[in-house]
Design a protein around this ligand. Sequence first.
Ligand code: NAD
Ligand code: WQD
Length: 337
Amino acid sequence: MTDTILVTGGTGFIGSHAVVSLQQAGYRVQILDNLCNSDIKVLDAIASITKTRPDFMEGDIRDGNLLAKIFDKRRFGAVMHFAGLKAVGESSAMPLAYYDNNVNGSVQLLTAMQQAGLKNFIFSSSATVYGEPQKLPLTEDHPRSSTNPYGHTKLVIEDILANLRNSDNAWRIACLRYFNPVGAHPSGLIGEAPQGVPNNLMPFVAQVAAGQRPNLQVYGNDYDTPDGTGVRDYIHVMDLADGHVKALDYCLKAQPGLTTVNLGTGKGYSVLEVIAAFEQASGKPVPYQVVARRPGDVGACWASTTKAFDLLGWRAEKCLDDMCQDAWRWELSRHDV
Ligand code: NAD
Ligand code: WQD
């Protein structure tokens, strides 16, 4: 078994943090990324943190010829697959781009892996596959549904992975359902760098605290939650990254098969709680106004973490204050505030 891992999307937000965790756990890393939503400078930042520059190939996961060459040239222990498009709103405007990038891209990647005889695969799924929660906390056997094309691409890829595993029991697959990844590496050297207006709460709050935007719009305060605002299971991206290393170790050691695991903290925070924690961490005000609910949002969502702990021996360690402090350090590193 080789200890080199192919990381698709490894210069992106979650992928770059996973690369750091993989290197620190002793794995070598080869990144494949087309840089459609990330910057090559991330490689320098990773090298500053880990003292090892990951190998990098600029290219697209939909390029079957390129994939064949990559698998021909080097042997890998596994593939960690982060590459994909992830903006919910954009996916409704450009569904074909999402099915092509996410579904077709995954099919191309899995096909090349099968041809190369490499059957160890870690996939970035999402809590979005649970749709409207029927019961909290969300356990992995909760019924799945999707309300937008992005979410549907994750459902389809999960089904493809199940079909693949049923067709050939040599596959070892971990399907990791992330809750709400936030924060940044504590060095402030890597983090989330959304292009344009952030879709997600935490980067938006950070930009308001930094004075880049005048105020935050809180999408609804009439949910059935303690303060009426939406409740989510925010997870520090370094905890998430460590969860990937644990999932990889598990996959390589356990019997072949497909395992689906939530990666969350098991604790929900409201929008107003996030605002207060961020104000505390940054020492800056985060002015906000309450507006109508955002279509498609659920009121509350948090993970059952039992399976992750029982199977992988992993649980999130960092709290909301850590998430806000690290997100703020990353924000400060990018602007004069
Ligand atoms: P990101 O956009 O920061 O990273 C994705 C990376 O993939 C980028 O570097 C991009 O350039 C690259 N990429 C996209 N399409 C590609 C292609 N066709 N070929 C090669 N590279 C390509 O996103 P992220 O937040 O790091 O998300 C990583 C994965 O985790 C995605 O699959 C996403 O759907 C999933 N996920 C993210 C979240 C979240 O809130 N961030 C939550 C659940 C699941
Ligand atoms: C969190 C809370 C909003 C912005 C999304 C995707 C999901 C997954 C993670 C990829 C909600 C409120 C937000 C704002 C607000 N991604 N909010 N004002 O919607 O839970 O999940 O990212 O898989 O698929 O849907 O995260 O950060 O957008 O919202 O009030 O400007 O913050 O209503 O309650 P969400 P989010």
